[in-house]
Unconditional design. Sequence first.
Length: 134
Amino acid sequence: VMSIFLIICAGTCNYYPLYLSNIMTKYSYSKNQAYLFASFIHLGYWFLFPLGFIYDRFGPGISLIIACVCLPGSYTILNIMIMMVKSKIHIAPMVILGFIMGQGSALCFLVSITTNLYNFGENANLISGILITN
């Protein structure tokens, strides 16, 4: 059950089009700037190998703590920025925030899949297939 929850959390990064128009309107970003923010979310998601070393060295517990700080923390900061900041923000902090969001999402995915691959032995392919299709 926890693994399915982590996979769903990891998938929330794919819903950025829901708030992308709010960001574009609020800060007068061009489409290219908005797409840069979205690209860095995916770049953070796919640039996982440095965080893979953390998982290999410290296990799923520390990796999950980092994921729980990165993913909800970046959403919280993004919400605060949208709600409270009145002036235009340069695209650089948004891009960094998107990258951190992607890293948190990737860690949720990594912990869920690799822990189940380790725990379920010969049924690992079945379990990981069920998780990925959710």
